[in-house]
Design a binder for this molecule. Sequence first.
Ligand SMILES: C[S@@+](CC[C@H](N)C(=O)[O-])C[C@H]1O[C@@H](n2cnc3c(N)ncnc32)[C@H](O)[C@@H]1O
Length: 255
Amino acid sequence: MAVAELASDVRILWQMLRGQPKSGSHAERLQAFYAPQADRYDAFRARLLHGREELIQRLDLRPGERVVELGCGTGSSLTRIGGRVAQLAGFDMVDLCPALLAVARQRAAGHPQIRVIEADATTWQPDQPVDCVFMSYALTMIPDWSQVVANAQAMLAPGGRIGIVDFHLPEDGSRLGNALWRQWFAHDGVHLSSQHLPLLRRQFVERFSTESRAAVPYLPGLRAPYYLFVGTQGDQLNEPGPLSVTPPDWLLKAD
Ligand SMILES: C[S@@+](CC[C@H](N)C(=O)[O-])C[C@H]1O[C@@H](n2cnc3c(N)ncnc32)[C@H](O)[C@@H]1O
């Protein structure tokens, strides 16, 4: 590894060791955490956030579709979608962190069908129903994560697709292993849960899911658990229907 890359990694690791600030609003904490690392974010996360390429492949984005990404960060999904983005009818990339959105705006330049939007994924809604909504490693960073699932479901057209890849606590994971991962990620404002997959399976018609583990930079021998889920909006008569926009108390208390 080149000295410049190593120096860049050290700065990112320092930021991650300092963790997210404990005070301020959710948006302020995201900005304070990400602004110092925005320009080096992608290179480090490429080795930490696995399954993002597979998610885009499995979503099978088609010409003419309207697509939303919630928690888009630097808009790196554009590099994975590639030339297909030009054929989409619209692609709205939503995030709450101005520092990361500035990078996303540079990436989106020259694509009139892309809108880069600073907004909260728990409440933002597109102008019209969309064919596909996806999130990569954003659900765990949003305290009210079940509200985001409800909000994503509310924006999907009938038969529309949802895709999510994120860290989680696997049901077959050891208590100690899960506790360690939960603690390690929580320091950076990433809240691992065992409830994501069960909720997604209840609310959508499952088309594909997988649970796996992948390497974490600078933690040799340790592999963090993550899942990938792709589902479709049910027809609401015979299949799962929308989550109420205000989730029940038992759900909010889960993990
Ligand atoms: C780990 S990053 C992942 C970014 C990107 N999806 C990727 O794969 O590189 C999590 C992202 O979620 C965003 N985020 C956190 N809470 C949010 C919220 N309430 N609304 C919108 N975005 C949010 C953060 O700003 C950050 O960009």
